[in-house]
Design a protein. Structure first.
Length: 131
């Protein structure tokens, strides 16, 4: 019903750093706006700080299985964060999503970084760690 749809559109997120493997892991779901995405990106920068400061470069694993394709402003905010990430040492970006729309949006905005798309998180992690 309509309630289920609204629930899936609620913006959800988690973010953590795996220092041992030099990875930033995050999951975002639902529908975002420029403001909520801005807050999330600031939080992600905080979590990524030790990875950035290690100076060794890092990878990112983004679980977007529950992510909805976003409006132009939100997509632009994501794009800026990837470009900034590249400057700060982001080398590889594994995206977990089977949505053709999300793939299209991310392929377009992530052309500055080595990006691959996966259906399963374990495959994404295997690719990130396959040096």
């Amino acid at each position: 019903g309509i309630v289920d749809v609204m629930e899936t559109l609620e913006a959800t997120h988690s973010v953590s750093a795996d220092m041992r493997h030099g990875e930033l892991h995050f999951a975002i779901g639902g529908l975002w706006n420029e403001q909520s995405m801005g807050q999330f990106l600031r939080e992600m920068n905080e979590v990524a700080k030790p990875l950035i400061e290690s100076g060794k470069g890092f990878s990112a694993l983004g679980d977007l299985r529950h992510f909805v394709a976003q409006d132009r402003e939100t997509a632009a905010a994501i794009q800026n964060s990837i470009v900034t990430g590249k400057k700060l040492g982001l080398k590889r970006f594994a995206v977990v999503s089977s949505s053709a729309l999300v793939k299209l949006q991310y392929r377009r905005i992530a052309d500055s970084v080595d990006v691959e798309f996966f259906v399963e998180p374990r495959d994404a992690i295997a690719w990130l760690r396959d040096r």
